[in-house]
Design a protein around this ligand. Structure first.
Ligand code: PAD
Ligand code: ZN
Length: 379
């Protein structure tokens, strides 16, 4: 083991490869090269399935070259480190960061944002920073995704994209801090800065939307209206803090008109957590005309455009987006996890299914059928 840490070798392990967009995900044996300078190799223990991974599967995520290993909501243990790595050591429990903190770019130094110009979301190459990949399968190069690629038992990332967490943290639960929970909760408390007594509308009650509900509740919102076309999501939404839930299909008129009628002049905060153009404009229109804020959380469909009446903004509504809940993840995640250990948050409520990694295909079927909130895969 000591030798392995000093002279890391290529590791063969299982991973789910997406060979081409639109093709089913395929569990394969892959080779994972050792970490190079300033890189870390991690043994993933648990990973969630997020709708964003499905966007990669469907070819709806921007800047993806195939074949690729998706997965970005994972937690694991450092297996080996490359030269120059100081932030973690073998044996540390870690969470890979889908938005890194490079420590250098203009966003890093600006407290107003958690964006990073070194992130794969900005530099649309799904390879390591030196332009190469650490993954091969059947003799072919396989691409990384967001530098996380948690659908592989072993994965490599730059040290900017990893953070150590509490050694006692249960990895099969805190993997949700890698994306879903942090994204939704942070969209409410960081991006929108929901205030006590305010009214909120949450469009989409999946794992991320339910985390927005939890964030609105924690911030003291007095009215939290959940909106979904799948009524099966309502019970959990109400358990987690929604004060009422509605299905747009139950109304003759557009959902924004229903919400404006229900609240007088519209909600203080609306969140779009679906990733659909129509609900993005509906969410904006359902905000208070003078001081409502609409936060886009759902990932926009590839090459989509929105047209809307600018009067919607002219009267004072604000429209913004939230990436990973606005958290500077390297700084925020260890604290979020330690607060979880103190039972301050309950992301466990999002976990509806736990499956062995080999059943990843079943996990995606559950998501497509609207039966799961979060399905955790265990290696
Ligand atoms: P999910 O598929 O589990 O949940 C989406 C929910 O929306 C489901 O309950 C659907 O029934 C519901 N829905 C679908 N269409 C409609 C409609 N027209 N009206 C009302 N409800 C509808 O997804 P998720 O919670 O994992 O992710 C939600 C989105 O957030 C998705 O686009 C994902 O890519 C994005 C995301 N963004 C970030 C970020 O950093 N901004 C991070 C993680 C996920
Ligand atoms: Zn995600």
């Amino acid at each position: 083991m000591t030798e392995l840490c000093v002279f890391p070798q290529v590791i063969k392990c299982k991973a789910a490869v997406i060979w081409k967009k639109g093709e089913p995900i395929s569990v394969e044996e892959v080779e994972v090269s050792p970490p190079r300078a300033n890189e870390v190799r991690v043994k993933i223990v648990a990973t969630g399935i997020c709708r964003t991974d499905d966007h990669v599967l469907e070819g709806e995520f921007p800047g993806i070259d195939y074949p690729v290993i998706a997965g970005h909501e994972g937690a694991g243990i450092v297996e080996s480190i490359g030269p120059g790595v100081t932030c973690v050591k073998p044996g540390d429990k870690v969470i890979p960061l889908c938005v890194p903190q490079c420590g250098e770019c203009s966003c890093f130094v600006n407290p107003k944002t958690n964006f990073c110009f070194k992130s794969q979301l900005y530099q649309s190459q799904n390879l390591m920073p030196d332009g190469t990949s650490r993954f091969t399968c059947k003799g072919k190069k396989v691409h990384h995704f967001l530098w996380t690629s948690t659908f592989s038992e072993y994965t490599v990332m730059p040290e900017a994209a990893i953070v150590r967490i509490d050694a006692a943290a249960p990895l099969d639960k805190v993997c949700l801090f890698g994306c879903g929970f942090s994204t939704g909760f942070g969209a409410a408390v960081n991006t929108a800065k929901v205030e006590p007594g305010s009214s909120c509308a949450v469009f989409g009650l999946g794992g991320v939307g339910l985390s927005v509900v939890m964030g609105c509740k924690a911030a003291g919102a007095s009215r939290i209206i959940g909106i979904d076309i799948n009524k099966d999501k309502f019970t959990k939404a109400e358990e987690l803090g929604a004060t009422e839930c509605i299905n747009p299909q139950d109304f003759q008129k557009p959902i924004q008109e229903v919400l404006v009628e229900k609240t007088g002049h519209g909600v203080d905060y609306a969140f779009e957590v679906i990733g659909c153009i129509d609900t993005m404009t509906a969410a904006l229109s359902s905000c208070h005309l003078a001081y409502g804020t609409c936060v886009l959380v759902g990932a926009p469909p590839l090459r989509s455009e929105i047209s809307f009446d600018p009067m919607l903004l002219f009267t004072g509504r604000r429209w913004t987006g939230s990436l990973l809940g606005g958290w500077k993840l390297k700084d925020a995640l260890p604290k979020l996890v330690s607060d979880y250990m103190k039972k301050k948050y309950n992301p466990d409520a999002l976990i509806t299914h736990t499956l062995p990694f080999e059943k990843i295909g079943e996990g995606f079927e559950l998501l497509h059928a609207g039966k799961s909130i979060r399905c955790i895969l265990l290696f």
